[in-house]
Design a protein around this ligand. Sequence first.
Ligand code: FMN
Length: 216
Amino acid sequence: MNITQSERDAVYKTIFSRRDVRGEFKPDQIPDDVLMQVLKAAHHAPSVGFMQPWDFIIVKNADTKKKIKDAFALAHAEAADMFEDEKREMYKSFKLEGITEAPIGICVTCDRTRNGPVVIGRTAIPEMDLFSSVCAVQNLWLAARAENLGVGWVSIIHNEALQEILKTPDHIVPVAYLCVGYVSFFHEKPELEKAGWLNRENIESLIHYEHWASKT
Ligand SMILES: Cc1cc2nc3c(=O)[nH]c(=O)nc-3n(C[C@H](O)[C@H](O)[C@H](O)COP(=O)(O)O)c2cc1C
């Protein structure tokens, strides 16, 4: 099956206009079929040995969101102390989550025991199962953008807190807590870039030929 030019354009449009959303969530509910489509896209991500180690915990309950927000606040306060002076003030000024505003949260997890102890492709590098769940996150993020849904990844939170709040068994690792919802608008550029925190790296400087030291 060949991808046509207009389909290709749509894929790139989705990739380049995807943003991490924190402050622009609208309360509008996400129709079940749209949510299902986005989860299905996540479920069709590549995974090591076709392990499909992910699960998706959908959070709509306001009390649960409040607990997650409290856990974020703790980790956020710890994080602020790690930055120096000016950067600390800047860090504190950023909005880095939309936990209570987003109509739903989705925790993408990794079941490190799924399909037995020996998995094709996870033999030399054990983290490959976690990477597979991250692939599911990226599929979800892009499918959501194609549905005009915003996604914000909240990583300033301890996994132990998420495990306790979401009552996950010990062998389940939370990989991503995502805030998902319709948005008032998508920023054109990453907010951290706009704020002058960091610039997008020049792609030429990231490409190496044959070995690390060769840039041509
Ligand atoms: C693994 C991962 C964790 C992230 N954690 C957070 C977070 O805790 N809070 C936040 O506001 N953004 C978080 N982000 C979003 C990044 O800041 C964002 O992707 C980056 O600044 C580029 O912006 P863009 O996604 O809008 O292109 C995370 C992104 C990734 C991939």
